[in-house]
Every structure is written in C-alpha cells, then in structure tokens.
Design a protein around this ligand. Sequence first.
Ligand SMILES: [Zn+2]
Length: 142
Amino acid sequence: MFKCMWCGKKSYEVKEIRVLSTTPVVANRYEVSISICPEHEEKLRRFYDQVRRYALLFIVLTAIFPLGLIMSAICFGKYWWAGYLFNTNIAALGLVLIVFPFCSQSTFDFMSIATSIKLVRIMGGIIFALGSIGLVLGFPHG
Ligand SMILES: [Zn+2]
C-alpha cells in the first residue's frame, strides 16, 4: 500500500506515476516517480505544471524580499518612505506566497502536497495582513 503524495491517504488504489521534476533550470529537469491516488492525479499534474512554469519567477520574486529589507534598513531615518517600502515589501512577499504556494520537494516527504499548499497560503495571508496593517497604520516610521 502506498501513500498518496497529494492527500496523504494510504490506499491500494494509489499508483506510481512519472512526472518531470520542478527544477527551475529546464535542462536539469528529470523524471520523478510519485505515488498518487487516481482522483488526485489531475490535480498533481496541474500543480507540477504550474510550479515548472513559474519556478524561476517565484525565485526572482522571493529574492527581491531580502533586497527590499536591506534597502529599507539603509533608508530608515533618512527618507520618510522607508517604512512604506518596508511594509510594501512584506505585503508583496505575502501576495507572492498566496499566488505561488510553492515549497521545496523535501517538504512533501513529511506532509502531503495539499497540506503544504494550504500552509504556505495561510502563511502568505498572515504576512500579507501584517504588511497591510503596517501600511495602514504607517508603522514603522521611516
Ligand atoms: Zn490522494
């Protein structure tokens, strides 16, 4: 009996399928085998397609976050908009995680893909809310 990687359920219906890995560099992609129950195969294939399509964009967008933090740290006390940059940066990271709820392949080993998507989206929602509240309250001041 295998465990479905999407929902985490164990069943005799779970089968192995081969899909292309989500490695960002297209040339480095390889086939991985995934155990999946029949009703989740379509969802898994669609999710993997999405991750493959946006993996690079996701990496670029999340790489902007530390840069934004460094920028706002440099600007604090010098420019009035430093606090806005700080909060916009946080809200933007939250949005990126909601739109692209991707996490590393190794995460799927200890939780199902469906759970990891939900967790990343909830995290993104909290981060987005924090940034938005900061923007509305105008805190912290630059
Ligand atoms: Zn399943």
